[in-house]
Design a protein. Structure first.
Length: 227
């Protein structure tokens, strides 16, 4: 597929810089110069076969699908499409992620706008699952919030999909706790006593759900590292 003049064949020649150091259990993420604009490419193809096929292929498919369902929401980058089944092209947001900021650096309005983005995402029956990671929250050069790296996001299941819907409920609340955690670190004056208490206590079955996720991630890292 051609994305603003970028194809799998010319990807290396149009590459500008790496946005994240490559690791065996993660895709390459780099900035690519298109015909009219720079584009972020997330590419699983350089990884080993097992990871590329069993993780890269479904992750690329899922993330592209999530971006399509969230299209039009302010604060969600535009997805330009897949270069192939292992690579996804996403709008480049110039700025820094939230981990680069200290308490008091961001205005209160930033956190209000960020919550509206999460509300809109939930309004389309999607949960993000990884908002506790400040690197997934971008601050554009104009000070606007953006949510990036949607590979762990998922949609609420059908009426009888009890397991999926149970996880959905946990991560629905966890998304808001991720926002509360961000406020605690960067704007503690905005944190309510109820949110502080909830952060300290955690959610019902949250530790179990996160433990399962972390176990799968560790297992994947060990498998890929051995390969």
């Amino acid at each position: 597929m051609d994305v603003d003049g970028i194809t799998r064949e010319n990807l290396v020649h149009r590459r500008v810089e790496s946005l994240r150091p490559a690791k065996p259990w993660q895709p390459d993420i780099f900035l690519v110069q298109g015909e009219t604009k720079p584009v972020v490419v997330k590419d699983y193809r350089p990884r080993g076969f097992l990871y590329r096929f069993f993780v890269g292929l479904p992750s690329t498919w899922n993330e592209a699908r999530i971006y399509r369902k969230l299209a039009g929401i302010p604060g969600i980058p535009r997805c330009h499409g897949k270069l192939d089944r292992y690579a996804l092209a996403i709008e480049y947001i110039e700025g820094r992620n939230a981990s680069k900021f200290k308490a008091g650096d961001l205005p209160h309005q930033f956190f209000h706008r960020l919550k509206r983005i999460v509300d809109a995402v939930h309004g389309r029956n999607i949960v993000l699952c990884d908002l506790r990671n400040k690197k997934n929250i971008m601050v554009s050069k104009n000070g606007e919030p953006y949510l990036i790296d949607l590979c762990t996001a998922f949609e609420r299941g059908g009426r009888w999909n009890l397991v999926r819907n149970g996880l959905y409920k946990i991560f629905y609340q966890d998304d808001y706790l991720g926002l509360a955690k961000l406020r605690r670190q960067l704007a503690p004056e905005l944190l309510t006593p109820a949110e502080a208490d909830q952060l300290d206590r955690g959610l019902f079955m949250q530790k179990e759900a996160v433990a399962v996720r972390n176990f799968c991630v560790r297992w994947l890292k060990q498998l890929v590292s051995r390969k």
